[in-house]
Design a protein around this ligand. Structure first.
Ligand SMILES: NC(=O)c1ccc[n+]([C@@H]2O[C@H](COP(=O)([O-])OP(=O)(O)OC[C@H]3O[C@@H](n4cnc5c(N)ncnc54)[C@H](O)[C@@H]3O)[C@@H](O)[C@H]2O)c1
Length: 457
């Protein structure tokens, strides 16, 4: 059997590496027209940073895992085609700012229809609105010579930063297919692949629409928990309650559970906001404005939390950061990834620049060009935004430190040396609640953390 994957991004690369590792008898080819990305997948510096990814790619690359740019021939030879292309939020026309932009999905379907010479199973792994499979089937069946395709929905639930562990040991695999004998047979073909390493009871099969909708709903529920605890973090700061104590107290209730209750500067990543907005758009489309407003509030709360953090920095630094040096520690949207899409750091750094601050950013995995591009736009520079190679360098001569990403290395920095090199009073704003607050206060820092009372000597 041959598998082809369209899209060598954060999902396509790691997912196919896992399938290749677990199924040595299957030839897996990942294709992407982006030459730079494919060259990186074939090099020692992979385009995606994920713990454990290097090892797994090295173990199968060149054996049964291949990264190529020749999309057409890979489609021709594949029996199963996974579609892992991007589905960003539409920026133009009807549904701009909400609906999913399906041009890459449609482009992939049209290309498959044009070049496929034999029956194929097409697997939607990208996150898409409900009923996209129907559109794909229509395009495939009306544009191909043989028209013999099955489309399955198999949304990916991996989280960046823990992608390899998630792929190795998923909570569940979801496969949706047409409720016809041919559809059921296609579902079983995919089930047999996952069964090589996933226990049968964790492989759920549903109809196409349930599967497509479940992915959007899962992300909406996860993001809702973050916005819920973030809303409470503001109340904690106002009242003297401690958000971590509240989260622990409610999380021990087995009906609530402890996960996704960490207050922070806000959620980021390429998926949560886009998928909720997509859900909002669907609800509006189906005449359910109250349901749309309910889910949209999750995104509104997240934006408010990001702006609240910027406001707190400005207000605490005596209502002006103009000309002051602010050290920003971390830029990725979470630890253990180099992905910066929708990272809260982008909005917060922009807010600080608008207040005329000098911002110095350090992130262990995100390159300087990506930080400049995300904040300022492609090819633009601004003397007030600097990127450096260590946290200590960023903190030198700073008026304040602001932690944006929970990288482990920030927990154990030499805070004595950092304090000595900073302007006084030296401020710390911990946007992830990872720093040793009491110790920092003892050293003389003025410490502000999400959902906690300020510690001011
Ligand atoms: N990133 C995540 O954590 C995550 C998790 C679950 C699901 N998803 C979903 O998976 C999908 C992909 O996400 P990603 O983060 O990997 O995106 P990405 O932007 O990193 O990668 C998408 C890739 O698809 C390529 N592409 C576009 N058209 C193509 C075509 N016709 N043929 C071959 N390649 C093509 C692009 O060049 C790009 O490299 C999205 O729908 C996303 O919502 C992402």
């Amino acid at each position: 059997m041959k598998i082809t994957c369209l899209g060598a991004g954060y999902v396509g690369g790691p997912t196919m590496a896992m399938i290749a590792a677990k199924c040595p008898d299957i030839e897996v080819t990942v294709v992407d027209p982006n030459e730079e990305r494919i060259a990186a997948w074939n090099s020692d510096k992979l385009p995606v940073y994920e713990p454990g990814l290097d090892e797994i790619v090295r173990s199968v690359r060149g054996k049964n895992l291949h990264f190529k740019t020749d999309v057409e021939s890979a489609i021709r030879s594949g029996d199963i085609i996974f579609v892992c292309v991007g589905t960003p939020t539409k920026t133009y026309g009807v549904g701009a700012g909400r609906a999913a932009d399906l041009r890459y999905i449609e482009g992939a379907a049209r290309m498959i229809a044009a070049v496929a010479e034999k029956p194929k199973i097409i697997v939607e792994k990208s996150t898409i609105p409900v009923k996209t499979a129907e559109a794909l089937l229509t395009i495939l069946r009306s544009n191909s010579r043989h028209g013999n395709f099955q489309v399955l929905s198999n949304p990916e639930f991996l989280a960046e930063g823990t992608a390899i562990a998630d792929l190795k040991n998923p909570d569940r695999i979801l496969i949706g297919g047409e409720r016809t004998p041919e559809g059921e047979a296609a579902v079983q073909t995919l089930v047999k692949i996952y069964e090589r390493w996933v226990p049968q009871e964790r492989i759920l099969t549903t109809n196409l629409w349930s599967s497509e909708l479940s992915k959007l709903v899962a992300n909406a529920f996860l993001a809702q928990r973050i916005s819920s605890i973030n809303s409470i973090s503001a109340l904690c700061e106002a009242t003297g309650a401690d958000v971590e104590e509240v989260a622990h107290a409610i999380g021990t209730d087995s009906r609530i559970g402890p996960k996704f209750l960490k207050a922070s500067v806000g959620f980021g990543g390429s998926c949560f906001q886009k998928d909720i907005l997509n859900l909002v758009y669907l609800c509006q489309h189906f005449g359910l404005p109250e349901v749309a407003a309910y889910w949209e509030s999750v995104v509104r709360m997240n934006n408010w939390q990001k702006n609240r953090f910027t406001r707190q920095i400005v207000e605490t630094l005596f209502n002006t950061v103009s000309g002051k040096r602010i050290a920003v520690l971390g830029f990725a949207f979470k630890k253990d990834t180099n992905d910066t899409r929708e990272s809260p750091a982008i909005q917060i750094v922009r807010g600080l620049l608008e207040e005329n601050a000098n911002v110095v950013v350090y992130d262990p995995e995100v390159p300087a060009e990506a930080i400049q591009r995300d904040v300022l736009g492609e090819g633009k520079t601004d003397a007030r935004l600097q990127v450096v190679n260590s946290a200590v360098e960023a903190a030198k001569g700073a008026h304040a430190l602001a932690v944006m990403t929970e990288w482990d290395e920030f927990r154990t920095l030499d805070f004595n040396a950092i304090y000595a090199g900073m302007h006084k009073p030296a401020f710390v704003f911990d946007g992830r609640n990872i720093l040793p607050r009491a110790d920092l206060a003892k050293k003389g820092f003025r410490v502000f953390a999400i959902g906690k009372s300020a510690l001011v000597p």
